[in-house]
Design a protein around this ligand. Structure first.
Ligand SMILES: [Zn+2]
Ligand SMILES: [Zn+2]
Length: 558
Protein backbone atom coordinates (compact mmCIF):
# COMPACT_ATOMS: atom_id res chain seq x y z
CA UNK A 1 0.00 0.00 0.00
CA UNK A 2 3.03 2.28 -0.09
CA UNK A 3 2.02 3.68 -3.48
CA UNK A 4 -1.24 5.04 -2.16
CA UNK A 5 -1.70 8.57 -0.95
CA UNK A 6 -3.61 9.94 1.96
CA UNK A 7 -7.34 10.32 1.57
CA UNK A 8 -6.85 14.02 2.33
CA UNK A 9 -5.32 14.35 -1.13
CA UNK A 10 -8.01 12.48 -3.02
CA UNK A 11 -9.55 13.80 -6.14
CA UNK A 12 -13.21 14.45 -5.51
CA UNK A 13 -15.62 14.23 -2.63
CA UNK A 14 -17.79 11.69 -4.49
CA UNK A 15 -15.23 8.99 -4.74
CA UNK A 16 -13.84 9.70 -1.33
CA UNK A 17 -17.26 9.16 0.20
CA UNK A 18 -17.80 6.03 -1.82
CA UNK A 19 -14.53 4.38 -0.97
CA UNK A 20 -13.52 5.78 2.39
CA UNK A 21 -14.09 4.38 5.83
CA UNK A 22 -13.29 5.30 9.42
CA UNK A 23 -10.56 2.69 9.63
CA UNK A 24 -8.81 3.40 6.39
CA UNK A 25 -7.17 6.40 4.80
CA UNK A 26 -5.59 4.92 1.70
CA UNK A 27 -6.65 3.62 -1.68
CA UNK A 28 -6.89 6.21 -4.40
CA UNK A 29 -3.79 7.61 -6.01
CA UNK A 30 -3.80 11.26 -6.84
CA UNK A 31 -2.95 11.80 -10.48
CA UNK A 32 -5.45 14.51 -11.21
CA UNK A 33 -8.66 13.79 -13.11
CA UNK A 34 -9.36 10.14 -13.67
CA UNK A 35 -11.72 7.69 -15.22
CA UNK A 36 -12.38 4.98 -12.68
CA UNK A 37 -13.73 1.51 -13.32
CA UNK A 38 -15.42 -0.03 -10.33
CA UNK A 39 -15.15 -3.72 -10.90
CA UNK A 40 -17.40 -5.99 -8.88
CA UNK A 41 -16.58 -9.63 -9.42
CA UNK A 42 -16.33 -12.95 -7.70
CA UNK A 43 -13.64 -15.62 -7.57
CA UNK A 44 -16.49 -18.13 -8.05
CA UNK A 45 -17.10 -17.06 -11.58
CA UNK A 46 -14.57 -16.76 -14.35
CA UNK A 47 -15.33 -16.06 -17.96
CA UNK A 48 -13.74 -18.89 -19.96
CA UNK A 49 -12.40 -16.51 -22.56
CA UNK A 50 -10.34 -14.20 -20.42
CA UNK A 51 -12.12 -11.82 -18.15
CA UNK A 52 -11.70 -8.11 -17.97
CA UNK A 53 -8.83 -8.82 -15.59
CA UNK A 54 -6.50 -10.12 -18.26
CA UNK A 55 -7.71 -7.85 -21.05
CA UNK A 56 -7.08 -4.40 -19.64
CA UNK A 57 -3.91 -5.21 -17.76
CA UNK A 58 -2.21 -2.31 -19.51
CA UNK A 59 -4.06 0.64 -18.12
CA UNK A 60 -4.09 4.02 -19.72
CA UNK A 61 -2.51 6.84 -17.74
CA UNK A 62 -5.71 8.39 -16.47
CA UNK A 63 -7.61 5.16 -16.04
CA UNK A 64 -7.78 3.29 -12.78
CA UNK A 65 -9.67 0.24 -11.63
CA UNK A 66 -10.95 -0.46 -8.14
CA UNK A 67 -11.85 -4.06 -7.49
CA UNK A 68 -14.66 -4.91 -5.09
CA UNK A 69 -14.79 -8.58 -4.26
CA UNK A 70 -18.32 -9.86 -4.66
CA UNK A 71 -18.57 -13.28 -3.19
CA UNK A 72 -15.41 -14.57 -1.51
CA UNK A 73 -15.87 -16.52 1.68
CA UNK A 74 -12.31 -16.37 2.98
CA UNK A 75 -9.77 -13.61 2.87
CA UNK A 76 -7.37 -16.13 1.33
CA UNK A 77 -9.70 -16.63 -1.60
CA UNK A 78 -9.82 -12.86 -2.04
CA UNK A 79 -6.03 -12.62 -1.88
CA UNK A 80 -5.54 -15.31 -4.53
CA UNK A 81 -7.97 -13.62 -6.85
CA UNK A 82 -6.65 -10.13 -6.29
CA UNK A 83 -3.06 -11.29 -6.79
CA UNK A 84 -3.79 -11.63 -10.53
CA UNK A 85 -4.92 -8.01 -10.83
CA UNK A 86 -2.65 -5.06 -11.56
CA UNK A 87 -4.83 -2.41 -9.89
CA UNK A 88 -6.41 -1.39 -6.59
CA UNK A 89 -8.92 -3.12 -4.37
CA UNK A 90 -11.17 -2.42 -1.44
CA UNK A 91 -9.73 -4.30 1.55
CA UNK A 92 -11.61 -7.54 2.08
CA UNK A 93 -13.24 -6.77 5.48
CA UNK A 94 -14.94 -3.68 4.06
CA UNK A 95 -16.41 -5.13 0.89
CA UNK A 96 -19.88 -5.49 2.37
CA UNK A 97 -20.17 -1.79 3.22
CA UNK A 98 -18.96 -0.78 -0.22
CA UNK A 99 -21.31 -3.24 -1.90
CA UNK A 100 -24.23 -1.65 -0.08
CA UNK A 101 -23.15 1.78 -1.28
CA UNK A 102 -22.79 0.52 -4.85
CA UNK A 103 -26.28 -0.90 -4.64
CA UNK A 104 -27.73 2.29 -3.26
CA UNK A 105 -25.93 4.72 -5.55
CA UNK A 106 -25.62 2.80 -8.81
CA UNK A 107 -28.20 0.01 -8.35
CA UNK A 108 -25.28 -2.35 -8.87
CA UNK A 109 -26.45 -5.71 -7.56
CA UNK A 110 -24.51 -8.35 -9.44
CA UNK A 111 -21.03 -8.79 -10.74
CA UNK A 112 -20.15 -6.22 -13.31
CA UNK A 113 -18.27 -3.12 -14.20
CA UNK A 114 -19.23 0.50 -13.95
CA UNK A 115 -17.14 3.27 -15.47
CA UNK A 116 -17.32 6.64 -13.76
CA UNK A 117 -15.48 9.89 -14.12
CA UNK A 118 -13.72 11.02 -10.98
CA UNK A 119 -16.27 13.84 -10.73
CA UNK A 120 -18.89 11.14 -10.11
CA UNK A 121 -20.46 11.16 -13.58
CA UNK A 122 -21.41 7.68 -14.81
CA UNK A 123 -19.90 7.03 -18.24
CA UNK A 124 -21.20 3.51 -18.83
CA UNK A 125 -22.84 0.89 -16.72
CA UNK A 126 -25.06 -1.74 -18.36
CA UNK A 127 -22.76 -2.77 -21.20
CA UNK A 128 -19.40 -1.89 -19.70
CA UNK A 129 -18.43 -5.40 -18.65
CA UNK A 130 -19.30 -7.11 -21.89
CA UNK A 131 -17.78 -4.46 -24.13
CA UNK A 132 -14.60 -4.17 -22.14
CA UNK A 133 -14.07 -7.91 -22.15
CA UNK A 134 -14.64 -7.92 -25.84
CA UNK A 135 -12.55 -4.94 -26.92
CA UNK A 136 -10.07 -4.62 -24.07
CA UNK A 137 -7.91 -1.56 -24.44
CA UNK A 138 -9.69 -0.51 -27.61
CA UNK A 139 -12.75 0.21 -25.50
CA UNK A 140 -11.00 3.19 -23.91
CA UNK A 141 -12.32 5.74 -22.86
CA UNK A 142 -15.27 3.43 -22.20
CA UNK A 143 -18.01 5.83 -23.24
CA UNK A 144 -21.23 4.64 -24.82
CA UNK A 145 -20.22 6.45 -28.03
CA UNK A 146 -16.98 4.52 -28.19
CA UNK A 147 -18.79 1.23 -27.66
CA UNK A 148 -21.36 2.02 -30.35
CA UNK A 149 -18.56 2.82 -32.77
CA UNK A 150 -16.79 -0.49 -32.08
CA UNK A 151 -20.03 -2.41 -32.32
CA UNK A 152 -20.76 -0.86 -35.73
CA UNK A 153 -17.33 -1.94 -36.90
CA UNK A 154 -18.09 -5.51 -35.84
CA UNK A 155 -21.45 -5.46 -37.62
CA UNK A 156 -19.70 -4.27 -40.79
CA UNK A 157 -17.11 -7.04 -40.56
CA UNK A 158 -19.90 -9.60 -40.00
CA UNK A 159 -21.43 -8.55 -43.30
CA UNK A 160 -18.09 -9.15 -45.04
CA UNK A 161 -17.18 -12.21 -43.02
CA UNK A 162 -14.81 -14.77 -44.53
CA UNK A 163 -12.83 -17.56 -42.96
CA UNK A 164 -9.59 -15.60 -43.34
CA UNK A 165 -11.06 -12.39 -41.90
CA UNK A 166 -12.12 -14.43 -38.88
CA UNK A 167 -8.77 -16.05 -38.23
CA UNK A 168 -6.12 -13.49 -39.21
CA UNK A 169 -5.29 -10.71 -36.78
CA UNK A 170 -3.19 -7.56 -37.14
CA UNK A 171 -0.21 -9.29 -35.59
CA UNK A 172 -0.65 -12.88 -36.80
CA UNK A 173 -1.34 -14.43 -40.21
CA UNK A 174 -0.67 -18.10 -39.38
CA UNK A 175 -2.25 -21.02 -37.53
CA UNK A 176 -0.47 -23.85 -35.76
CA UNK A 177 -0.58 -27.24 -37.45
CA UNK A 178 0.79 -30.71 -36.81
CA UNK A 179 0.03 -30.74 -33.05
CA UNK A 180 1.32 -27.21 -32.63
CA UNK A 181 4.73 -27.89 -34.17
CA UNK A 182 4.47 -25.74 -37.31
CA UNK A 183 3.27 -22.25 -38.11
CA UNK A 184 1.25 -22.47 -41.29
CA UNK A 185 0.20 -19.23 -43.05
CA UNK A 186 -3.61 -19.03 -43.13
CA UNK A 187 -3.38 -18.67 -46.93
CA UNK A 188 -1.81 -22.15 -47.09
CA UNK A 189 -4.30 -23.78 -44.70
CA UNK A 190 -6.69 -24.40 -47.61
CA UNK A 191 -9.69 -23.34 -45.57
CA UNK A 192 -11.54 -21.47 -48.31
CA UNK A 193 -14.31 -23.64 -49.75
CA UNK A 194 -14.35 -25.97 -46.74
CA UNK A 195 -16.79 -26.36 -43.90
CA UNK A 196 -14.79 -25.10 -40.92
CA UNK A 197 -15.67 -25.92 -37.35
CA UNK A 198 -14.39 -23.39 -34.80
CA UNK A 199 -13.88 -25.25 -31.54
CA UNK A 200 -13.93 -23.12 -28.37
CA UNK A 201 -12.57 -25.34 -25.65
CA UNK A 202 -9.87 -26.14 -23.14
CA UNK A 203 -7.69 -28.99 -21.99
CA UNK A 204 -8.03 -28.69 -18.25
CA UNK A 205 -9.48 -31.41 -16.11
CA UNK A 206 -11.02 -28.95 -13.68
CA UNK A 207 -12.56 -25.80 -15.11
CA UNK A 208 -12.20 -22.38 -13.51
CA UNK A 209 -15.21 -22.77 -11.26
CA UNK A 210 -13.90 -26.07 -9.90
CA UNK A 211 -16.22 -28.34 -11.85
CA UNK A 212 -14.68 -30.88 -14.15
CA UNK A 213 -14.31 -29.64 -17.71
CA UNK A 214 -16.32 -31.59 -20.29
CA UNK A 215 -13.90 -30.51 -23.04
CA UNK A 216 -11.27 -33.30 -22.96
CA UNK A 217 -14.00 -35.94 -23.27
CA UNK A 218 -15.63 -34.00 -26.08
CA UNK A 219 -12.28 -33.64 -27.86
CA UNK A 220 -12.04 -37.43 -28.18
CA UNK A 221 -15.46 -37.54 -29.79
CA UNK A 222 -14.65 -34.68 -32.16
CA UNK A 223 -11.37 -36.37 -33.18
CA UNK A 224 -13.38 -39.48 -34.07
CA UNK A 225 -15.91 -37.47 -36.12
CA UNK A 226 -13.08 -35.50 -37.76
CA UNK A 227 -11.17 -38.60 -38.83
CA UNK A 228 -14.34 -40.24 -40.19
CA UNK A 229 -15.20 -37.17 -42.26
CA UNK A 230 -11.64 -37.02 -43.59
CA UNK A 231 -11.81 -40.71 -44.54
CA UNK A 232 -14.99 -39.97 -46.46
CA UNK A 233 -13.12 -37.21 -48.30
CA UNK A 234 -15.33 -34.42 -46.91
CA UNK A 235 -14.02 -30.86 -47.21
CA UNK A 236 -13.96 -30.31 -43.47
CA UNK A 237 -11.55 -28.69 -41.03
CA UNK A 238 -11.46 -27.86 -37.34
CA UNK A 239 -9.71 -24.85 -35.80
CA UNK A 240 -9.20 -25.00 -32.04
CA UNK A 241 -9.59 -21.72 -30.14
CA UNK A 242 -8.20 -22.47 -26.74
CA UNK A 243 -9.08 -20.76 -23.48
CA UNK A 244 -6.38 -22.71 -21.64
CA UNK A 245 -4.58 -20.81 -18.92
CA UNK A 246 -1.67 -23.24 -18.52
CA UNK A 247 0.74 -23.74 -21.43
CA UNK A 248 1.42 -27.35 -20.34
CA UNK A 249 -2.27 -28.24 -20.55
CA UNK A 250 -2.52 -26.51 -23.92
CA UNK A 251 0.45 -28.45 -25.33
CA UNK A 252 -0.75 -31.72 -23.89
CA UNK A 253 -4.17 -31.21 -25.49
CA UNK A 254 -2.65 -30.55 -28.92
CA UNK A 255 -1.00 -33.96 -28.90
CA UNK A 256 -4.29 -35.67 -29.68
CA UNK A 257 -5.70 -32.91 -31.92
CA UNK A 258 -5.20 -33.63 -35.64
CA UNK A 259 -6.46 -30.20 -36.72
CA UNK A 260 -5.36 -26.55 -36.80
CA UNK A 261 -5.21 -24.32 -33.77
CA UNK A 262 -4.72 -20.71 -32.73
CA UNK A 263 -1.60 -20.08 -30.63
CA UNK A 264 -1.77 -20.20 -26.82
CA UNK A 265 -3.62 -17.23 -25.30
CA UNK A 266 -4.26 -15.65 -28.70
CA UNK A 267 -6.53 -12.62 -28.34
CA UNK A 268 -8.51 -13.70 -31.38
CA UNK A 269 -10.06 -16.52 -29.37
CA UNK A 270 -11.48 -13.99 -26.91
CA UNK A 271 -12.69 -11.66 -29.65
CA UNK A 272 -14.41 -14.46 -31.56
CA UNK A 273 -16.08 -15.75 -28.38
CA UNK A 274 -17.80 -12.37 -28.09
CA UNK A 275 -18.15 -11.90 -31.85
CA UNK A 276 -20.33 -15.02 -31.96
CA UNK A 277 -22.35 -13.68 -29.02
CA UNK A 278 -21.37 -16.28 -26.47
CA UNK A 279 -21.95 -14.88 -23.02
CA UNK A 280 -19.25 -14.73 -20.40
CA UNK A 281 -21.20 -17.15 -18.20
CA UNK A 282 -21.49 -19.78 -20.92
CA UNK A 283 -19.35 -22.86 -20.66
CA UNK A 284 -17.03 -24.51 -23.13
CA UNK A 285 -17.09 -26.54 -25.33
CA UNK A 286 -18.88 -24.47 -27.97
CA UNK A 287 -18.72 -24.99 -31.72
CA UNK A 288 -19.40 -22.61 -34.59
CA UNK A 289 -19.78 -24.01 -38.10
CA UNK A 290 -18.54 -21.75 -40.91
CA UNK A 291 -19.84 -22.75 -44.33
CA UNK A 292 -17.70 -23.13 -47.48
CA UNK A 293 -18.65 -19.53 -48.40
CA UNK A 294 -17.21 -18.18 -45.13
CA UNK A 295 -20.62 -17.34 -43.65
CA UNK A 296 -21.78 -18.63 -40.27
CA UNK A 297 -23.82 -21.77 -40.86
CA UNK A 298 -24.74 -22.81 -37.34
CA UNK A 299 -23.72 -21.85 -33.83
CA UNK A 300 -26.66 -23.10 -31.81
CA UNK A 301 -26.08 -26.26 -29.83
CA UNK A 302 -23.65 -27.76 -32.32
CA UNK A 303 -21.94 -29.57 -29.44
CA UNK A 304 -25.24 -31.22 -28.50
CA UNK A 305 -25.81 -32.10 -32.14
CA UNK A 306 -22.46 -33.88 -32.43
CA UNK A 307 -22.87 -35.54 -29.05
CA UNK A 308 -26.18 -37.02 -30.11
CA UNK A 309 -25.64 -37.76 -33.80
CA UNK A 310 -21.87 -37.85 -34.31
CA UNK A 311 -20.84 -38.09 -37.94
CA UNK A 312 -24.49 -38.24 -39.06
CA UNK A 313 -24.81 -34.55 -38.15
CA UNK A 314 -22.62 -33.57 -41.14
CA UNK A 315 -22.99 -30.90 -42.67
CA UNK A 316 -24.30 -29.46 -39.36
CA UNK A 317 -26.97 -27.20 -40.85
CA UNK A 318 -30.39 -26.45 -39.36
CA UNK A 319 -31.97 -28.44 -42.22
CA UNK A 320 -29.87 -31.44 -41.24
CA UNK A 321 -30.93 -31.05 -37.60
CA UNK A 322 -34.62 -31.04 -38.60
CA UNK A 323 -34.07 -34.11 -40.75
CA UNK A 324 -32.36 -35.99 -37.91
CA UNK A 325 -35.07 -35.12 -35.40
CA UNK A 326 -37.74 -36.37 -37.83
CA UNK A 327 -35.83 -39.59 -38.50
CA UNK A 328 -35.51 -40.19 -34.76
CA UNK A 329 -39.29 -40.00 -34.37
CA UNK A 330 -39.81 -42.49 -37.19
CA UNK A 331 -37.15 -45.03 -36.22
CA UNK A 332 -36.94 -45.36 -32.44
CA UNK A 333 -33.68 -46.20 -30.70
CA UNK A 334 -32.68 -49.74 -29.84
CA UNK A 335 -30.18 -51.16 -27.39
CA UNK A 336 -27.51 -51.15 -30.08
CA UNK A 337 -28.24 -47.70 -31.49
CA UNK A 338 -28.05 -46.35 -27.93
CA UNK A 339 -24.89 -48.11 -26.84
CA UNK A 340 -22.84 -48.52 -30.00
CA UNK A 341 -21.53 -45.10 -30.88
CA UNK A 342 -18.34 -43.75 -32.38
CA UNK A 343 -15.62 -46.31 -31.78
CA UNK A 344 -17.28 -47.63 -28.60
CA UNK A 345 -19.21 -50.92 -28.73
CA UNK A 346 -18.80 -52.28 -25.20
CA UNK A 347 -19.70 -51.81 -21.54
CA UNK A 348 -17.52 -52.81 -18.60
CA UNK A 349 -17.62 -55.15 -15.63
CA UNK A 350 -16.32 -54.12 -12.22
CA UNK A 351 -12.97 -55.78 -12.94
CA UNK A 352 -12.64 -53.58 -16.03
CA UNK A 353 -13.36 -56.44 -18.48
CA UNK A 354 -15.24 -55.40 -21.60
CA UNK A 355 -18.61 -56.88 -22.53
CA UNK A 356 -19.62 -56.32 -26.15
CA UNK A 357 -23.02 -54.71 -26.66
CA UNK A 358 -23.74 -57.42 -29.26
CA UNK A 359 -23.59 -59.98 -26.43
CA UNK A 360 -26.41 -58.14 -24.65
CA UNK A 361 -28.79 -58.14 -27.60
CA UNK A 362 -31.83 -60.33 -26.89
CA UNK A 363 -31.71 -59.75 -23.13
CA UNK A 364 -33.87 -57.58 -20.89
CA UNK A 365 -31.72 -54.57 -19.99
CA UNK A 366 -32.17 -51.72 -17.53
CA UNK A 367 -30.16 -48.56 -18.10
CA UNK A 368 -29.73 -47.05 -14.65
CA UNK A 369 -28.78 -43.38 -14.83
CA UNK A 370 -27.86 -41.90 -11.51
CA UNK A 371 -25.58 -39.35 -9.92
CA UNK A 372 -23.38 -39.34 -6.87
CA UNK A 373 -24.38 -36.34 -4.82
CA UNK A 374 -27.77 -37.49 -3.73
CA UNK A 375 -28.19 -38.68 -0.20
CA UNK A 376 -31.10 -40.94 -1.12
CA UNK A 377 -29.14 -42.61 -3.87
CA UNK A 378 -27.70 -45.51 -1.90
CA UNK A 379 -31.21 -46.47 -0.70
CA UNK A 380 -32.59 -46.39 -4.21
CA UNK A 381 -29.61 -48.39 -5.44
CA UNK A 382 -30.03 -50.84 -2.57
CA UNK A 383 -33.62 -51.61 -3.58
CA UNK A 384 -32.59 -51.95 -7.21
CA UNK A 385 -29.79 -54.36 -6.29
CA UNK A 386 -32.12 -56.54 -4.19
CA UNK A 387 -34.68 -56.54 -7.00
CA UNK A 388 -32.04 -57.36 -9.60
CA UNK A 389 -30.71 -60.34 -7.63
CA UNK A 390 -34.25 -61.55 -6.95
CA UNK A 391 -35.17 -61.43 -10.65
CA UNK A 392 -31.89 -63.08 -11.70
CA UNK A 393 -32.53 -65.92 -9.24
CA UNK A 394 -36.23 -66.46 -9.87
CA UNK A 395 -37.46 -64.94 -13.12
CA UNK A 396 -34.84 -64.04 -15.70
CA UNK A 397 -31.26 -65.17 -15.36
CA UNK A 398 -30.20 -63.07 -18.34
CA UNK A 399 -31.38 -59.68 -16.99
CA UNK A 400 -28.65 -57.03 -16.98
CA UNK A 401 -28.41 -53.53 -15.52
CA UNK A 402 -26.00 -50.96 -16.98
CA UNK A 403 -25.03 -48.11 -14.69
CA UNK A 404 -24.61 -44.72 -16.38
CA UNK A 405 -22.98 -42.18 -14.09
CA UNK A 406 -24.56 -38.78 -14.70
CA UNK A 407 -22.68 -35.70 -13.50
CA UNK A 408 -20.13 -37.72 -11.59
CA UNK A 409 -17.10 -35.53 -11.74
CA UNK A 410 -14.41 -37.55 -10.04
CA UNK A 411 -13.11 -40.96 -10.86
CA UNK A 412 -13.07 -42.00 -7.19
CA UNK A 413 -16.78 -41.11 -6.92
CA UNK A 414 -17.55 -43.25 -9.95
CA UNK A 415 -15.47 -46.11 -8.54
CA UNK A 416 -17.23 -45.83 -5.20
CA UNK A 417 -20.70 -45.96 -6.79
CA UNK A 418 -19.83 -48.75 -9.18
CA UNK A 419 -18.11 -50.84 -6.50
CA UNK A 420 -21.45 -51.15 -4.67
CA UNK A 421 -23.18 -52.54 -7.76
CA UNK A 422 -23.30 -56.14 -8.99
CA UNK A 423 -23.82 -55.27 -12.66
CA UNK A 424 -22.29 -53.52 -15.69
CA UNK A 425 -21.50 -49.87 -16.42
CA UNK A 426 -20.45 -47.44 -19.10
CA UNK A 427 -16.86 -46.40 -18.38
CA UNK A 428 -16.18 -43.22 -16.41
CA UNK A 429 -15.52 -40.53 -19.07
CA UNK A 430 -17.42 -41.84 -22.06
CA UNK A 431 -19.21 -39.71 -24.66
CA UNK A 432 -22.14 -42.15 -24.70
CA UNK A 433 -23.24 -41.04 -21.23
CA UNK A 434 -23.89 -37.48 -22.39
CA UNK A 435 -25.47 -38.75 -25.57
CA UNK A 436 -28.02 -40.96 -23.81
CA UNK A 437 -28.96 -38.08 -21.52
CA UNK A 438 -29.43 -35.89 -24.61
CA UNK A 439 -31.50 -38.48 -26.47
CA UNK A 440 -33.92 -38.92 -23.56
CA UNK A 441 -33.64 -35.26 -22.53
CA UNK A 442 -32.78 -36.29 -19.01
CA UNK A 443 -32.13 -33.54 -16.53
CA UNK A 444 -32.80 -35.34 -13.27
CA UNK A 445 -31.92 -38.62 -11.61
CA UNK A 446 -32.51 -41.43 -10.93
CA UNK A 447 -33.77 -42.66 -14.27
CA UNK A 448 -34.41 -46.24 -15.32
CA UNK A 449 -34.81 -47.00 -19.01
CA UNK A 450 -36.11 -50.52 -19.59
CA UNK A 451 -35.25 -52.26 -22.87
CA UNK A 452 -36.93 -55.54 -23.80
CA UNK A 453 -35.57 -58.62 -25.58
CA UNK A 454 -36.37 -57.11 -29.00
CA UNK A 455 -34.10 -54.16 -28.17
CA UNK A 456 -36.98 -51.64 -27.89
CA UNK A 457 -37.32 -49.12 -25.08
CA UNK A 458 -40.45 -50.10 -23.12
CA UNK A 459 -40.40 -47.62 -20.25
CA UNK A 460 -38.35 -44.56 -19.31
CA UNK A 461 -39.08 -43.22 -15.84
CA UNK A 462 -37.25 -40.55 -13.85
CA UNK A 463 -38.48 -40.77 -10.27
CA UNK A 464 -37.68 -41.98 -6.80
CA UNK A 465 -41.24 -43.34 -6.87
CA UNK A 466 -40.28 -45.85 -9.53
CA UNK A 467 -42.52 -48.94 -9.74
CA UNK A 468 -39.44 -51.00 -8.82
CA UNK A 469 -39.43 -49.21 -5.45
CA UNK A 470 -43.08 -50.15 -4.98
CA UNK A 471 -43.14 -53.67 -6.34
CA UNK A 472 -39.57 -54.98 -6.45
CA UNK A 473 -39.24 -58.09 -8.62
CA UNK A 474 -43.00 -58.04 -9.24
CA UNK A 475 -42.40 -55.01 -11.50
CA UNK A 476 -40.70 -57.31 -14.02
CA UNK A 477 -40.73 -57.10 -17.10
CA UNK A 478 -41.00 -53.32 -16.54
CA UNK A 479 -43.70 -52.55 -19.12
CA UNK A 480 -46.47 -49.98 -18.62
CA UNK A 481 -49.01 -52.82 -18.61
CA UNK A 482 -47.16 -54.65 -15.86
CA UNK A 483 -46.84 -51.49 -13.75
CA UNK A 484 -50.57 -50.78 -14.08
CA UNK A 485 -51.47 -54.37 -13.28
CA UNK A 486 -49.29 -54.40 -10.15
CA UNK A 487 -50.72 -51.14 -8.91
CA UNK A 488 -54.24 -52.54 -9.18
CA UNK A 489 -53.22 -55.79 -7.49
CA UNK A 490 -51.63 -53.98 -4.56
CA UNK A 491 -54.64 -51.69 -4.14
CA UNK A 492 -56.90 -54.76 -4.18
CA UNK A 493 -54.81 -56.40 -1.43
CA UNK A 494 -54.76 -53.19 0.61
CA UNK A 495 -58.53 -52.98 0.54
CA UNK A 496 -59.19 -56.72 0.81
CA UNK A 497 -56.68 -58.50 2.99
CA UNK A 498 -54.49 -55.94 4.79
CA UNK A 499 -55.56 -54.77 8.27
CA UNK A 500 -56.43 -51.08 8.75
CA UNK A 501 -54.14 -50.95 11.79
CA UNK A 502 -51.64 -53.15 13.57
CA UNK A 503 -49.00 -53.25 16.27
CA UNK A 504 -45.42 -54.09 15.39
CA UNK A 505 -42.56 -54.99 17.71
CA UNK A 506 -40.31 -52.40 16.06
CA UNK A 507 -42.71 -49.69 17.24
CA UNK A 508 -44.36 -51.15 20.32
CA UNK A 509 -45.37 -47.77 21.81
CA UNK A 510 -48.02 -46.86 19.18
CA UNK A 511 -50.28 -48.59 16.73
CA UNK A 512 -49.61 -48.19 13.01
CA UNK A 513 -52.31 -47.12 10.54
CA UNK A 514 -52.50 -48.23 6.92
CA UNK A 515 -52.14 -45.09 4.79
CA UNK A 516 -52.26 -44.46 1.06
CA UNK A 517 -50.47 -41.99 -1.27
CA UNK A 518 -47.72 -41.18 1.17
CA UNK A 519 -44.61 -39.33 0.08
CA UNK A 520 -41.45 -41.28 -0.48
CA UNK A 521 -40.50 -42.76 2.90
CA UNK A 522 -37.84 -44.96 4.43
CA UNK A 523 -39.05 -48.22 5.91
CA UNK A 524 -37.75 -48.61 9.47
CA UNK A 525 -37.55 -52.39 9.12
CA UNK A 526 -35.48 -52.82 5.96
CA UNK A 527 -34.21 -49.20 5.61
CA UNK A 528 -35.17 -49.11 1.94
CA UNK A 529 -37.46 -46.62 0.21
CA UNK A 530 -41.19 -47.09 0.06
CA UNK A 531 -44.00 -45.22 -1.65
CA UNK A 532 -47.82 -45.26 -2.06
CA UNK A 533 -48.81 -47.65 0.81
CA UNK A 534 -47.37 -47.61 4.33
CA UNK A 535 -48.13 -48.60 7.92
CA UNK A 536 -47.59 -45.29 9.60
CA UNK A 537 -47.37 -43.67 13.03
CA UNK A 538 -48.18 -40.00 12.53
CA UNK A 539 -46.90 -38.97 15.95
CA UNK A 540 -43.43 -40.41 15.36
CA UNK A 541 -43.32 -40.22 11.54
CA UNK A 542 -42.59 -43.93 11.62
CA UNK A 543 -43.08 -45.99 8.42
CA UNK A 544 -43.10 -49.66 7.54
CA UNK A 545 -43.54 -51.25 4.15
CA UNK A 546 -46.76 -53.29 4.14
CA UNK A 547 -44.70 -56.39 3.33
CA UNK A 548 -42.32 -55.65 6.23
CA UNK A 549 -45.18 -54.77 8.62
CA UNK A 550 -47.20 -57.87 7.81
CA UNK A 551 -44.54 -60.38 8.80
CA UNK A 552 -44.96 -62.49 11.92
CA UNK A 553 -43.81 -59.85 14.43
CA UNK A 554 -47.00 -57.88 14.01
CA UNK A 555 -50.40 -58.20 15.67
CA UNK A 556 -53.42 -57.23 13.63
CA UNK A 557 -55.74 -54.97 15.61
CA UNK A 558 -58.81 -54.79 13.40
ZN1 LIG B 1 -39.30 -52.53 4.51
ZN1 LIG C 1 -45.23 -43.75 17.18
Amino acid sequence: MTKCNHVNDIITPDLSVLFSSDQRDFLIRNNGEKIVGIYLNTPKFMDPYGSFVSKVAVSKGDFEVVFVCYNAIHEEEFNDYFAKMPWLAIPFPETNDIKQRLRKWFRMRDCGLIIIHSNGEILTQETANHMTEWFGEDAYPFTQERFNFLKDQVEASKRNQSITSLLISKSRDFLLSNHGNYQLPVSECELVGKTVCLYFGDNHLKSNDGRYSPCPEFTFLLVYVYNKLKEKGEKFEVVFLSCDQQIEEFKQGLEIMPWLTLPFKDNMAVSLWHYFDFRSDQHTPQLVIIGPDGKTLNKNNVVALIEEYGIDADPFTQEKVDELVKAKEEVPHTLESLLVYGDKDFVIRKNGCKVLVSELVGKNILLFINQYEQLETPKFTKTLIRTYLDIKANKDKALEVIFIAANIEDEWAFDECFSRMPWLALPYRDARKKRIQRIFQLVRCPTIIAIDTSGQVVTNITSFHHPIIMHGAEAYPFTEERFKYMKKEVDKMAKGSWPQKLKHELHAEHELLLMKDRQLYTCSACMEFGTRWTFFCKQCKFNLHPKCALDKQSITLE
